[in-house]
Design a protein around this ligand. Structure first.
Ligand code: ADP
Length: 750
């Protein structure tokens, strides 16, 4: 009810403003509004009379549907007049004030149109009447068209527009092109609407599912206001506008995303959202489609569809003074609009207000093109088109006929193609789209293209077609405390978030600002106050947001939740994102690193993310993470050993082994005596039974050991087992801060 009131209110305002310029339309406006009102009252009356409750509900839904559908058609007709004639005003040499009024009329009527389309879609979806109409379509043309519709808005808001489409995406797919376009335009429009500076990005990738099928993933990102975590669950609810107080100046109904979600569901796809409040949002949509032509789409050609862009200063795109066309419509205002919009092309235009009159005219004149309305009293447009094609003595049997109709929607479009129309235009039609279609369908010898250079260049200027690396379907992220070899980090796309190292001198980011060597000399100076601190929730949020610009899904491997707060913070941050999974590694240091290396291997083998998560979790209990600590003072400082125990340990030269069990750090064996002797015994005990050990790799992760000490460790290890690869891994500052210099561990999978 609230929405209907809105529709009437906006309709009234738009029509009244128009009446200011074109007084004749006041009558038209009032008549239209009264018609809607009468229809609405009739519908309510029908609803009230039904006795049987079940029948009542059914009747209600049916009549509501009819009402919405006829309302949509009926409202489109006057809006066509408003938009068309207003465009004529804008083409004139008018004062700034009139120009501004005209622009406002234009945006208000487009908004009204948008609203009507949404309401119609919603009512069709709710009554189960919405059907998909899959057709073969050219992917390149679709994207060019979408870019053509969005770039001007990004330009107006001074936003950068990046487009990144996989050039190998099949050039022809089979799917409901109209709905896919609607989904993308909706998401891109929202991205522009809710972003005041920065950029919006459209990313398109695909994955081959079988010989015939691909899963296409479209992601729309912006650097805008973002969405609060608590609002995300309500985002796809109809009529729900989140953050009403902040968005009240941004026009919208809250219907768009709920329709988008239902379309995506109908097509067997998925939609997810990732957003950091105040930083921006990414909507990711995946839709399965069939392959029509496997050849890659290549680089996006913006010039192919530039005619769909909106020109700021009108310039007629072609002239055809030798052409004569017939426009058929029962509504005289529509005839007027088309004639006016085509005025500057110098085409001779005849009109007919019924199918019957059209048939009389086609007996007399051989037209070069016919524009035909569909719904007319008496003979409708489809019948009239067939009659013209078979008319005895007719002069237009071979003339191209374009349907110009207020029936929007993919079913209608398919119907017109099936019936044999040569083209399809939806009312309200802009002068530019009308010109483009007419110039394409007129016999080419009649058309003189005037000038449209400049516009393609203008689009290319505002749009950045990026040839960047494509987004990965899944990416592994972890923390600097995972102590991974540099060569591994350099050669893979695994991303790391730094832990902090806090000392009396300040707060440093692990591996970025604090090299463990610097930290070691700080500690060896007898200073024990260095502490490692996990990233905050907002640091994790930013890290995930940044990683999601590179991949559609993130699997984050965090340090054991029983050792620090990193896991809890990462988990909290992941709530802002539907595509981030945080796994508690139940390990630290290179134990975590081993899990990351295995996860990366699974990824490169093409394993599905859900299977990866299962396998990573199962692997946790097979990792051995333990360190022999040389000086217990550091443990005491890090709060891992109480003061009294530490005093005893210091006095007796305790060298404890810290090991991770079920994620918890505990003291395992304790060695005594010299550092070397303890190390030798630690190695021997750890590698005593080698049967179950995975020999592919061993980490010797250490802090503050000399080359000689490392050589000795290696020689000792080789006495017990041989590994394909041994990594001497310097522990990160965070681990160093906890265990202190002289620490090392043998880490492996068993
Ligand atoms: P609306 O017509 O209000 O834009 P939608 O259904 O498209 O309706 O969106 C619902 C709500 O989701 C919006 O009101 C807005 O609060 C939020 N929203 C949608 N897209 C974005 C975005 N890209 N950035 C921030 N908020 C968004």
């Amino acid at each position: 009810m609230f929405v209907l009131a809105g529709v009437f209110a906006i309709a009234t305002v738009v029509l009244l403003v128009l009446g200011y310029f074109f007084p004749a339309f006041i009558t038209y406006a009032v008549a239209s509004i009264l018609t809607f009102h009468a229809q609405y009252r009739m519908t309510s009356f029908i609803m009230n009379r039904a006795d049987d409750r079940a029948r009542e509900v059914e009747a209600l839904s049916k009549s509501q549907n009819q009402f919405f559908s006829s309302m949509s058609h009926e409202i489109r007709t006057p809006i066509n007049t408003i938009i068309g004639l207003n465009e004529m005003t804008m083409r004139e040499d008018i004062s700034d004030e009139v120009a501004e009024n005209s622009r406002n009329i234009q945006s208000a009527s487009k908004m009204l149109l948008h609203l009507i389309n949404d309401i119609l879609d919603k009512s069709k979806l709710e009554s189960g009447k919405m059907e998909l109409t899959p057709v073969p379509y050219a992917t390149g043309d679709m994207f060019s068209e979408i870019v053509g519709m969005i770039w001007i808005r990004t330009r107006e808001k001074k936003l950068d527009f990046h487009i990144n489409i996989d050039p190998m995406l099949p050039a022809q797919l089979y799917g409901d092109e109209v709905r896919i376009k609607q989904i993308l335009i909706n998401l891109l429009t929202n991205a522009v609407k809710y972003t005041s500076e920065g950029s919006i990005t459209l990313n398109v990738q695909y994955e081959k599912k079988s010989d015939r099928q691909v899963l296409v993933t479209y992601s729309v990102s912006d650097t805008g206001m973002g969405i609060k975590k608590e609002s995300i669950p309500y985002l796809f609810n109809a009529f729900k506008r989140v953050d009403e107080s902040e968005n009240r100046y941004i026009e919208g109904t809250g219907l768009g995303l709920s329709i988008v979600k239902e379309f995506v569901d109908m097509m067997g796809g998925t939609i997810t959202v990732n957003s950091v409040y105040t930083r921006g949002s990414t909507f990711v949509v995946s839709i399965p489609q069939e392959i029509e032509d496997e050849q890659g789409v290549g680089d996006l050609n913006l010039e192919a569809r530039h005619s769909h862009s909106v020109r700021r200063h009108y310039r007629v795109s072609f002239k055809a003074p030798g052409a004569r066309i017939l426009v058929v419509d029962d509504n005289s205002a529509n005839l007027l609009v088309v004639s006016k919009l085509l005025r500057d092309t110098e085409i001779a235009i005849d009109t007919a207000d019924s199918g019957e009159e059209a048939l009389e005219k086609t007996l007399e004149v051989g037209y070069d093109l016919i524009l035909m309305d569909h719904l007319m009293p008496g003979m409708d447009g489809i019948r009239c088109m067939h009659e013209i094609r078979h008319q005895t003595g007719g002069l237009c049997k071979d003339t191209r006929i374009i349907v110009l109709t207020a029936n929007a929607g993919s079913e209608e479009q398919a119907l017109y193609v099936r019936e044999g129309f040569d083209g399809y235009l939806v009312k309200p039609v802009s002068g530019e789209i009308l010109e483009a279609e007419v110039s394409k369908k007129l016999p080419s010898h009649l058309v003189q293209i005037t000038s449209d250079e400049g516009i393609a260049a203008e689009i290319s200027e505002g749009v950045d077609v990026v040839k960047r690396k494509l987004r990965a379907p899944v990416m592994i992220t972890t923390e600097t405390v995972s102590d991974l070899p540099r060569s591994f980090i350099r050669t893979t796309d695994v991303a790391l978030i730094p832990y902090h190292v806090k000392t009396a001198d300040g707060d440093f980011l692990d591996s970025v600002e604090a090299e463990s060597r610097g930290l070691l000399s700080y500690m060896e100076d007898g200073r024990y106050d260095a502490r490692s601190v996990e990233p905050s929730v907002s640091e994790y949020e930013l890290f995930f947001a940044e990683s999601l610009t590179r991949a559609n899904r993130i699997i984050h491997i965090a340090m054991s939740s029983r050792v620090g707060w990193g896991y809890a913070n990462a988990l909290e941050a992941s709530r802002s994102f539907e595509n981030v999974t945080v796994i508690d590694s139940m390990h630290l240091s290179s134990g975590m690193g081993l899990l990351v290396m295995e996860a990366h291997r699974m990824k490169t083998e093409g394993m599905q993310p859900d299977d990866m998560i299962k396998n990573i979790k199962a692997l946790r209990s097979h990792i051995n993470t333990g360190f022999i600590v040389s000086d217990t003072n550091y443990l005491a400082q890090a709060g891992r050993l109480n003061g009294t125990v530490n005093n005893i340990a210091q006095a007796l030269l305790f060298r404890p082994v810290l090991a991770l069990k079920k994620g918890k750090m505990g003291v395992g064996r304790i060695y005594f005596g010299s550092r070397d002797a303890a190390a030798t015994r630690y190695i021997r005990d750890t590698l005593r039974i080698t049967a179950g050990i995975d020999k592919r790799r061993l980490f010797i992760t250490y802090a503050g050991l000399s080359i000689d000490e490392l050589r000795n460790i290696r020689a000792e290890i080789e006495k017990h087992a041989s590994f394909e690869e041994i990594y001497f891994q310097k522990a990160s500052s965070a681990v160093t801060a906890n265990c202190g210099p002289g620490t090392f561990g043998l880490l492996f999978i068993k």
